[in-house]
Design a protein around this ligand. Sequence first.
Ligand SMILES: [Zn+2]
Length: 432
Amino acid sequence: MRQRYTARAVVVGDRAGTVLPDAVLDVADGEIAWVGAAADAPPAADAEVTALPGLLMPGLVNTHAHGPMVLFRGQAEGLPLERWLREVIWPREARLTADDVEAAMTAASAEMLCGGMTTSVEMYFAPERVAAAVGRTGARAVIATPLIPLPGTPPLAEQLRDAVALATRAPADGTVEYGIGPHAAYTLPLPLLRDAAAAAREHGLLLHLHVAETRAEDADLLATHGLSVPALLASHDVLGGRVLAAHCVHLDDADLELWQEYEVAVAHCPASNAKLASGIAPVRGMLDRGLRVGLGTDGAASNDGLDLLGDVRLAAQLARLREGSATALTAAEAFWLATGGAADAIGRPDLGQLAVGRRADLVHVDMADLLFEPVLSPPDVLTHLVWSGTSRLVRDTWVGGRQVVRDGVCTTVDVEALRADVASRAARLATG
Ligand SMILES: [Zn+2]
């Protein structure tokens, strides 16, 4: 059965910032079958028609998240990064169970769906339980199985073997994809990174790691090897294939050239980088070199609201401040970094844009609000969405054509019950 949606406007999510006023979008078999002006729409007598009073946009693609960290939201406010990790986050994570991970990821996923995010790239412990959580909410996820040497975890080579084995068991319907998530060059031995990258290339998996988040983290590597982290990764055969590097705040021109040469994609996390005073990533320079860049929220312990639409605005603001130019990142480009550009960055051309043949991941945003006036020409819709918009105006969300948020409420899970569950688990983890 074909579903037809009419909307006051369709925001496509392409680089040009296309807005189609008075538009129609058809969905068949979970994919977008037609999109364009209502006046040009094909006849569809058999279609079930839903008239949406607001705008339709693509489901946002969050390119870097640690969803289960909603358990630690707001904890240790004001502590410097090192103390925040050692005194607050790591002791709690040491007490985590797989049940905690699934419950917290379910809550995070519901929160993201209500905020218009339909896909997130996750990196967290118990990846199969992260997958179970998005199976409950109906969201999509690319789950990079973390490789990290922590007390009580198996040897790294075994972690890598398990990660590759898990990746082969992903469902074929595109809801869950597994990748490999070696944490970072400063926490892992270089041979392991090389092996992880080789395995990712061999199986076509996303390799997701943290690079140059803070100025200090890579200083030891530079002192030991005399190379920046990008140069070190290149010299150890870690680059090439589907590599997605989170943060990339402290990259110089030579590093960016290496990223260009190896087609490394970047998960830019402006809110997390601002909260932790890590710095402002050189997004303009990345885009000018043709790098693929997507926006990420990072975990809720360092953002804290999982609100990618808010981060779109912050990305534009910070890029303009960094470059001292009001044209450094346009509203259209900033929005593209959370939609079509983000899908490109994670190597998923089936997501991120409202275009024929892509998956029907749709978000309906209420426009009956003062902050959406005036609309004097179609591009004003996108301008308002970026500069005035808020995820609180998200009314409905569909993933693969299936509605998972209706009138602002998640329809697949009980958010009130999840809220109570997360609260009690967080209290237990805080006290041991
Ligand atoms: Zn991270």
